[in-house]
Design a protein around this ligand. Structure first.
Ligand code: FE2
Length: 281
């Protein structure tokens, strides 16, 4: 197994591993790398949908996406995210996935299917490095703060992509099934013990116990902070590339520069646990 760093902050390409023939004994070493590097890449993995699900299952319980669950799904399925002339990129702001549930996913496995001729890269930010770069005074201020997350921005995205169809009934169902949840702003990583900013992008509504203006200013400051390239890595996709990232200590976004070209990726998530903050660690 060869490990090639992608940037100074996070990310590593793993070479010499055939994911199709992955043995369970190899998983701990890959997980260890994933926890250290926060996002890992397998160039040209080219997994079939069945292989994609099988590899994912090696990393934990594959979760059923909440909206699929609401639509009656009983088994996890691959989520296909396709953009094109009729569907502008929607994942082009920093976030980590599905923070509007009580137990957000811990890993995502995403494979590129259709890659635009130009653009369409994905960027990741290490929120561990971003937290570490803050002053001790700011770290102290953030420690123990809690943030309300909700699914409102997802609903707005569904509305935008609905093509005029009525989505209000589904939106109401979604809001009822997934009421706002509270997560720590600084999260202790369950596997490494390291602290990371836990930033859900547009899913974050309000810091608990603060005036709206104070909360907005602080969340804006952190949103600007993670834009610093010293916390980033960037992947130029080729069809069939697979990325696996740790949702608990990263943010990601697409470069959003490929409209109106077609870009299609498929993804599954691995179930995580309730985020927590250990003040003593
Ligand atoms: Fe995402």
């Amino acid at each position: 197994m060869e490990v090639v760093p992608v940037s100074g902050a996070l990310g590593a390409e793993i070479r010499g591993v055939d994911l199709r023939a992955l043995e369970s004994e190899q998983i701990p070493a890959i997980l260890d790398l994933l926890h250290r590097c926060e996002v890992i890449f397998f160039r040209g993995a080219a997994l079939t949908p069945e292989e994609h699900m099988k590899v994912a299952a090696g990393f934990g319980e594959v979760s059923i996406y909440p909206t699929s669950l609401l639509n009656g799904a009983t088994e996890p399925t691959l989520q296909v995210i396709s953009d094109g002339p009729d569907s502008p990129p929607a994942a082009d702001t920093w976030h980590t996935d599905v923070t509007w549930v009580a137990e957000p996913p811990k890993y995502a496995l995403l494979q590129a299917e259709v890659v635009p001729e130009k653009g369409g890269d994905t960027l990741w930010a290490s929120t561990t490095a971003a937290y570490a770069a803050l002053s001790p005074t700011m770290q102290g201020l953030l420690a123990g703060l809690e943030v309300v997350h909700d699914c409102q921005s997802l609903i707005e995205g569904i509305r935008r992509k609905s093509g005029g169809h009525d989505v209000e009934e589904f939106a109401t169902k979604l809001r009822e099934a997934y009421p706002p949840v509270i997560h720590p702003l600084v999260r202790t990583h369950p596997d490494t013990g390291r602290r990371a900013l836990f930033l859900g992008g547009g899913f974050m509504r309000q810091i608990q116990g603060m005036h709206a203006e104070e909360s907005r200013s602080l969340l804006d400051l952190l949103a600007r902070h993670i834009q610093d390239p010293r916390f980033h890595c960037r992947w130029r996709w080729q069809p069939g590339d697979l990325a696996i990232w740790d949702e608990r200590c990263t943010n990601h976004r697409s470069a959003g520069d490929y409209f109106p070209q077609v870009r299609s990726v498929r993804r599954v998530e691995i179930s995580g646990d309730r985020p927590w903050f250990d003040a003593a660690a």
